[in-house]
Design a protein around this ligand. Structure first.
Ligand code: HEM
Ligand code: NAG
Ligand code: NAG
Length: 325
């Protein structure tokens, strides 16, 4: 009796955990399918990987890694895609293509939340970054939280509010600095940093923590707010530690990037220096922090569902809505 109770507890607990081998029986080729689709996407769009990892980040920060970011407006769904932090986000059709490939081989088995986690890893890998063991077993939400998407970390924020938003989901200063290192690839629209060029924050001066030569280069590149500029001026599409050496040279693109190094007395300065010192050090920490981010409040067991189409919840009772679990 005591043993049975113990086993029941153990089983219940293990059900709520993400595991590496979750799809070993039900979709053994999952990593290959996703890798092939990610590579295919990057062949036609060098930014595809950057778009995919950003989706995973924005998914995990709003009600946990549950695919909520992918839901479009529908009755009962106030889409996170219209939230302040997601306006203009790109790459939903890349997620669709990956999910479709997975569905054609393993229908109704793999969640959109897990597809994002795996696609993020494959993206970093393809662009020259570290690889890590993705944990699986997340299920997809039947809800979205628009307010959460309005409150995602903002590029205009200073260090303390950024740290608070990361702490709220269980991520510390080291995770903040390591995960921000994803800004070693991809682009940002000028509207998110052009306020640093002049009269920064009402001071009448440019942002003093923005290198003047780099500022002039950016000003020339920014024809309007919608123009996209490389996050990393040195190696724009390679996943490497240059994000940190850029910060050390006052060449961080967003305020939220540069404050990690330029906030007087901040604990993040030492972390930037450490992660910028050797690529292996950055890569080791990035792996740890990505797994930690991927563990934020997942739905597991019989919570949520396995969405067929990442953009909308399954129709309950409909032919495609039947969930075996
Ligand atoms: C620390 C807080 C963060 C802030 C304030 C922030 C903000 C931004 C902004 C404003 C953009 C440009 C969006 C646009 O032009 O539409 C961007 C792009 C990007 N972000 Fe972040 N970000 C943060 C953290 C992260 C994290 C943790 C990751 C991933 C682990 C990430 C990955 C990316 C990538 C790869 C891009 C480029 C996407 C593309 O080229 O389409 N960011 N971020
Ligand atoms: C949505 O997110 C906001 C901000 O994080 C939170 O305060 C609120 O409780 C969430 N709403 C639901 C229904 O979970
Ligand atoms: C802008 O100014 C306000 C008020 O002085 C200050 O609290 C804030 O930290 C400043 N923001 C930046 C990015 O320097």
């Amino acid at each position: 009796m005591g043993l049975l109770f113990f086993l029941a507890l153990l089983f219940g607990a293990s059900c709520a955990q993400l595991t590496e081998n979750f799809y070993d029986q039900t979709c053994p080729r999952l990593p290959n399918i996703v890798r092939q689709e990610v590579k295919r996407a990057i062949e036609t769009d060098i930014r595809a990987g950057a778009k995919l990892i950003r989706f995973h980040f924005h998914d995990c920060f709003v009600q946990g890694c549950d695919g909520s970011v992918l839901l479009e407006d529908a009755p009962g769904i106030d889409s996170e895609l219209n939230g302040q932090g997601n306006l203009g986000i790109q790459g939903l059709e890349i997620v669709d293509a990956i999910k479709a490939a997975v569905e054609s081989e393993c229908p109704g088995v793999v969640s959109c939340a897990d597809v994002l986690a795996l696609a993020a890893k494959q993206s970093v890998d393809v662009q020259g970054g570290p690889s890590w063991r993705v944990l699986f077993g997340r299920r997809d939400s039947r809800t979205a939280n628009r307010t959460g998407a309005d409150e995602l970390p903002s590029p205009f924020e200073t260090l303390e509010p950024l740290k608070k938003k990361f702490e709220a989901v269980g991520l510390d200063s080291t995770d903040l600095v390591a995960l921000s290192g994803a800004h070693t690839f991809g682009r940002s629209r000028c509207m998110f940093f052009s306020g640093r060029f002049s009269n920064f924050n009402g001071t009448g001066q440019p942002d003093p923590t923005l290198d003047p030569a780099y500022r002039q280069e950016l000003e020339r590149g920014c024809t309007d707010g919608e123009t996209r500029v490389n996050f990393d001026p040195t190696t724009p599409d390679t996943f490497d530690k240059n994000y940190y050496t850029n910060l050390q040279a006052n060449r961080g693109l967003l305020t939220s990037d540069q404050v990690l190094f330029s906030t007087p007395g901040a604990d993040t300065i030492e972390i930037v220096n450490r992660l910028g010192s050797r690529e292996g050090t950055f890569f080791r920490q990035f792996r740890v922090s990505m797994i930690k981010m991927g563990n934020i409040r997942p739905l597991t067991g019989n919570q949520g569902e396995i969405r067929r189409n990442c953009r909308r919840v399954n129709e309950l009772g409909g032919e495609a809505g039947h969930d075996v679990m």
